[in-house]
Design a protein around this ligand. Structure first.
Ligand code: MET
Ligand SMILES: [Zn+2]
Length: 375
């Protein structure tokens, strides 16, 4: 089956609209992780993989090299962020690799091999969370009640997150898209090349190029997919701070054109952008693409780049966020979730709003059987 057909089948099985997970790094922080580091969420690949996937209760689990790197105190949790999102109804979970780059790990003293292992680990953790989730769905069939958790057998996609060059720089340029006049396509392709290849080979269902701040980087990603013969479908997602252009000032139409140039790009859209801007952006994108449109806005809170913190109570409540969801779908969105500062509660609310959507009864999903020694 071709990439585009895979995506439309998946969306049909989801009842027309798929639920993407919510803020990942900010959710790790909400659980006590200190991410004040150039690696941001990727720091947890080193220090707390259990927080990403789930709490490890048995003491004989071996993290190999990661055990050496683990220096955190055990967090008081019985779940991890991926599982929390799956149980909130997410159909797609994004890996912890947003700010994970071989260059970034190298700056921290790790070898290229260790950096590559960390990238692979991000995909493994999400896949393991999915396996655990499928086991729980299986077990839930024999129970009368599952509480508030969504434990429904369905196809879940693991999307390998790839943040921008600006995210690696950690200097605010992922929200300005300003890489200086000397920046060029070749540099950006070379920067991302090995990382994208390693992630693709680690077995995700999708690659999520996210928070892409300008057209040049979108073109670089589209070219890389071809040049490296990447056999995993991808999405391209931009951020905006005015509802008209992407953050660099490049027009959203031109940015979407970069996505249009590749058959491997199966969806295009917007993330980490305040909810109030989304509807107009979806309408603009719709005019220039026939690919499915994805959106996962942030909470609308403002970010203080000087103190590197989100300013609390400047955004919208989950109730208000969710009141937009149907409008976004009417405008043309078919994958909806949340970005920074949204939580499993936000995703649970999105799921609730969309759950009246009908799913196609002819598409019954058989989850893979849990592997021996698991669950
Ligand atoms: C700055 S946008 C961050 C996107 C990433 N998937 C996360 O939620 O952490
Ligand atoms: Zn975000």
């Amino acid at each position: 089956m071709g990439h585009a057909a895979m995506m439309s089948d998946f969306l049909r099985q989801c009842g027309g609209v798929a639920v993407i997970d919510g803020g990942f790094a900010t959710e790790l922080e909400r659980h006590g992780a200190d991410l004040n580091d150039p690696l941001w969420s990727a720091k947890c690949l080193l220090t707390s993989p259990d927080l990403i996937r789930r709490m490890i209760k048995s003491s004989h689990v071996d993290f190999g090299f990661f055990r050496l790197a683990a220096n955190h105190k055990t967090l008081d949790l019985d779940e991890g962020v991926h599982l929390d999102y799956l149980e909130a109804g997410a159909d797609i979970i994004l890996t912890a690799s947003y700010q994970a780059t071989i260059q970034g790990f190298k700056n921290k003293g790790y070898s290229v091999e260790q950096g590559e292992n960390m990238l692979r680990k991000s995909v493994e953790l999400a896949r393991e969370a999915r396996d655990i989730y499928y086991t729980r769905c299986h077990e839930a069939q024999t129970k009368d009640t599952t509480g508030d958790k969504i434990l429904k057998q369905r196809q879940i996609l693991v999307a390998a997150s790839v943040g921008s060059y600006g995210a690696y720089l950690a200097d605010g340029s992922e929200y300005s898209g300003d890489y200086g006049d000397a920046m060029n396509l070749e540099f950006l392709r070379d920067f991302h090349r090995r990382r994208v290849k390693v992630l693709a080979e680690a077995g995700p269902d999708l690659i999520a190029f996210e928070t892409v701040p300008n057209r040049l980087e979108a073109q670089a990603f589209a070219m890389l997919l071809e040049e490296e013969n990447i056999n995993v479908p991808a999405w391209l997602s931009f951020n905006s701070k005015d509802g008209i252009n992407v953050v660099s000032g490049d027009s959203i139409t031109e940015c979407v054109a970069a996505a249009e140039s590749s058959n491997k790009v199966v969806a295009v859209g917007i993330n980490c952008t305040p909810p109030r801007f989304i509807r107009d952006l979806v309408l603009s994108i719709k005019k220039v693409t026939s690919k499915p449109i994805l959106i996962y806005p942030n909470s609308g809170e403002s970010y203080d780049a000087d103190i590197k913190q989100w300013v609390q109570h400047t955004g919208v409540s989950d109730k208000d966020f969710v009141s937009y969801v149907n409008k976004w779908c009417e405008a043309g969105a078919s994958l909806v979730g949340g970005c920074c500062r949204t939580t499993p509660h936000t995703i649970r609310s999105i799921y609730g709003t969309l759950s009246c959507k009908s799913s196609d009864p002819s598409l019954v999903f058989e989850a893979p059987r849990p592997r021996p020694n698991e669950g």
